[in-house]
Design a protein around this ligand. Structure first.
Ligand SMILES: Nc1nc2c(c(=O)[nH]1)N[C@@H](CNc1ccc(C(=O)N[C@@H](CCC(=O)N[C@@H](CCC(=O)N[C@@H](CCC(=O)O)C(=O)O)C(=O)O)C(=O)O)cc1)CN2
Ligand SMILES: [Zn+2]
Length: 765
């Protein structure tokens, strides 16, 4: 039995990767230096995996931004608007697709399955002439071999997954696109074969979603072709994040190995394998270590699972693997010296997971007795956390049970609330607002760093934050926005900030995970019962409101998003944890209302990503997710306006759940998907306030007034002007100050032009 890995974090132990990319973009690092820095990280990652005893090490999983974009570049599919005329795109073109340029808007970015990782969506175009611009996996393989003597296993995004994630073609063109790209995949594999590569990993997570018979036949066709083209190479078709939907069809693919997730499959892969067996001539990539969670594995249980699998698959044909690429977990838990030792000892980040993989493989070869000491230590660590009093806060458990038993509805219906709120605010037609955050400038970040290091005391830091708030209240007034925000300057991140203030959460010093491009997040760890300790946002919000007569929206992160963007304890259901968070947030909502704040936004950008990959599990998830949101917001008075916000996702298929949140106003990201969402409102049943983002905030590009009027007019073809709000796609924390002010100025100008036009047509509100 051998151990294998599927992918490793790119960002480096101290986010060296992020710093190198950003320095390059800022012109502070030249191209040669960027290549050198990234190569050092890449080789360091490979070495680490070898040191930890991993037998099969992936190569080619590293990237300069995103591995899906790498595939696009490799296949010569850069969209025309970037003016690239063929051949291998240089870094300027590559980063223009990812981030936008002066001339062209960036490609859309969306969530990678049900994770908080975002990929650049391929845009296919019938007129494109795909060709292999370079063989990236081959380069990665050679580098690992030449520099370190590592015989790596090249990784590629599988063709079917790539095409299913791409946009720009009709369903009946799928076959045609397979025909066009298959020869390129074959060429990659033939060149790898010529180099002497033995195994290649093709990631096909799409096989865990529901596919039609025809689609499965296409997958079969793809792998039959590739196997024939490169017969000397053994292909591992790797699935993850759920059970495969059509077990027999998948394990019957004409390849040499199948990778299955035995952690996030709800037991279904295991049951299918027991029922149908596993082809005797194939290797089983057994995903038995959680590649997304951060808890130490129950090694006894997982090694029993391996033993059970070994009854149907010859043990020498089993590869002990993580459930998915370790891209989704932080690098190293051992360095978290400031964490409570009981908690730290119960954690396994990427490095510790490599150790677990090696240990499980060793048990498979030598038996548990050979590693009895390690096993006992791991079990003690898990048990110590389970026994901790933080997991048994009786008042929280009782109050949560009471809360869940209550109906989660606002006092008044939508019409009653709208009337009360209109009377209170007297907003103009098409009110303008923003999503919450203003630029987290280097000045803001370095002030926070000084405070954290103790160079600044609390008073000095608070005064600094107030100064920022005052400045931006003035800017909002000068711009003529209608509903203000305080700007979130006191927050590192919208989830980490709340995690730091609630009981039952821990936060790490360096537990970073890549979210998109160079942007990383540091998910808090929910290890105990969640407890509201003291108001978290009232002081800053009330301060901001004291500076102006315009309404200032309070700004909270919703229960589902806090849950989905944290690492969550695994001894309770996610539903139970969501209700605990809802209970805490309800107390914050009530505190804001009591302090005179009349509009409260509760963001739920991660509602969609928590959706199970399998459709038949959607309803149950949405029911408790919607309930958690409503529980946290339903106790306010009719004249208090609840806002919510969502971004980064496809929303068409969950519009009903979004409506069921019963928020008075919702703002949704739309512009990067070029307004595709708008048509979802054609049936006219959405009866609450809505703002469809009128410009992309992920790009430094400042959109022209006319672009925004165009976007708004399109939306107003299906939505009533009386319900429509004007706002950017998302918060502005990643933007520079000048870009932000300029873009918002254009947004207000666009709104004023349209207001004049529509005021003539509509009665005043
Ligand atoms: N949790 C979460 N998930 C999410 C989102 C989100 O906002 N939060 N949004 C979407 C993704 N969008 C994102 C947008 C921006 C950032 C982002 O800006 N991340 C920052 C980190 C934010 C942070 O915690 N900043 C710390 C500073 C951390 C830091 O770099 N400190 C420096 C020192 C300060 C400096 O000189 O910059 C250091 O330690 O060396 C702070 O503000 O205090 C980054 O990559 O840099 C992340 C995700 C989807 N998923
Ligand atoms: Zn957002």
């Amino acid at each position: 039995m051998k151990s294998g890995n599927l992918g490793y974090p790119r960002i480096g132990g101290n986010r060296e990767w992020k710093k190198a990319l950003e320095a390059y973009w800022a012109g502070k690092l030249d191209e040669a230096a960027l290549h050198a820095e990234l190569k050092a990280i890449r080789l360091g990652n490979l070495q680490r995996q070898r040191e930890k005893g991993i037998d099969v090490i992936p190569v080619g999983d590293f990237t300069y931004y995103d591995h899906v974009l790498d595939t696009t570049a490799m296949l010569g599919l850069i969209p025309d608007r970037f003016g690239h005329t063929g051949g291998e795109p240089g870094l300027d073109v590559y980063y223009a697709v990812a981030r936008g340029s002066k001339e062209a808007a960036a490609s859309e970015m969306t969530k990678w399955f049900n994770t908080n990782y975002h990929y650049i969506v391929p845009e296919l175009n019938e007129a494109a002439e795909p060709r292999l611009t370079r063989n990236r996996p081959l380069e990665a393989y050679r580098e690992a071999k030449d520099e370190l003597g590592i015989e790596g296993r090249p990784v590629l995004v599988g063709l079917f997954t790539y095409l299913k994630l791409a946009k720009g073609y009709a369903p009946d063109q799928l076959t045609g696109w397979i025909d066009r790209l298959l020869p390129l995949y074959a060429q990659v594999l033939r060149e790898l074969q010529a180099e002497g590569v033995r195994w290649v990993q093709l990631d096909e997570p799409i096989l865990t979603t529901t596919l039609s018979e025809e689609e499965l036949a296409q997958v079969h066709r793809i792998y039959a072709y590739l196997t024939l083209e490169a017969p000397g190479i053994q292909l591992l078709v790797q699935t993850y994040f759920e059970a495969v939907d059509a077990y027999e069809a998948v394990v019957g693919l004409p390849v040499h190995g199948i990778g299955l997730d035995f952690v996030h499959d709800g037991g279904a892969n295991r049951a299918a394998l027991r029922k149908h067996g596993f082809p005797a001539d194939k290797v089983l990539g057994a995903g038995v270590i959680d590649g997304r969670g951060i808890w130490r594995a129950d090694l006894a249980r997982q090694s029993a699972l391996l033993t059970e699998l070994g009854e149907q698959v010859a043990p020498e044909r089993i590869l002990v693997q993580p459930s998915n690429s370790l891209l989704h977990v932080p690098v190293r838990a051992a360095g978290e010296q400031r964490l409570d030792a009981t908690l730290r000892e119960a954690l396994a980040f990427a490095e510790e997971k490599l150790e677990e993989l090696a240990l499980l493989a060793r048990i498979g070869r030598e038996g548990a007795a050979a590693v009895a000491g390690e096993l006992a230590a791991a079990e003690r660590a898990r048990e110590a956390l389970q026994q901790s009093p933080s997991r048994r806060r009786e008042p929280v458990q009782r109050m949560t049970a009471e809360l869940v038993a209550q109906p989660a509805s606002r006092a008044g219906d939508v019409q009653t609330r709208r009337a009360a709120q209109e009377a209170r605010w007297q907003l103009p037609l098409l009110p303008t607002t923003t999503i919450g955050s203003f630029p987290q400038t280097p000045e803001v970040r370095s002030a926070r760093l000084k405070w954290r290091k103790g160079e600044w005391d609390d008073a000095r830091y608070e005064a600094f934050v107030q100064e920022q708030i005052r400045e931006w209240i003035d800017i909002q007034a000068e711009l003529g926005l209608d509903v203000y925000v305080h700007g979130e300057f006191e927050r590192t991140d919208m989830v980490e900030f709340f995690g730091e203030k609630l009981g039952g959460f821990a936060f790490t010093a360096g537990g970073w995970v890549q979210s998109y491009g160079s942007r990383c997040v540091k998910p808090p760890i929910i290890y105990g019962d969640v407890e509201f300790l003291a108001p978290m946002t009232v002081a800053e919000t009330v301060y901001a409101q004291s500076l102006t007569d315009a309404p200032v929206k309070g700004m909270l992160t919703g229960p589902v998003t806090i849950l989905n963007w944290s690492f969550v304890r695994d001894d309770l259901t996610r539903e139970q944890v969501a209700y605990q968070i809802a209970l805490a947030l309800r107390q914050e909502v009530e505190a804001l209302e009591a302090a005179g704040i009349g509009m409260i936004q509760v963001d739920e950008p991660a509602l969609r990503e928590g959706l199970p990959l399998k459709r038949d599990k959607w309803a149950a998830y949405l029911e408790w997710a919607v309930k958690a949101f409503r529980l946290s917001t339903c106790t306010v008075r009719n004249e208090t306006q609840i806002h919510t916000h969502m971004c980064y996702s496809e929303f068409q298929d969950i519009i009903d759940a979004i409506s069921a949140l019963d928020a008075d106003v919702i703002s949704i990201e739309t512009s990067r998907s070029h307004g595709e969402l708008i048509s979802s409102f054609e049936d006219g049943t959405y009866d609450k306030g809505i703002g469809l983002g009128v410009y992309d905030i992920h790009s430094p590009r400042v959109p022209a007034v006319s672009e925004m009027t165009g976007m708004i007019e399109r939306a107003l073809r299906v939505l009533a002007p009386e319900q429509f709000w004007i706002n950017p796609d998302c918060g502005l924390k990643t933007r520079k100050r000048e870009e932000t002010v300029e873009a918002l100025r254009n947004m207000v100008t666009a709104t004023r032009q349209l207001r004049e036009r529509y005021a003539a047509k509509t009665p005043s509100r």
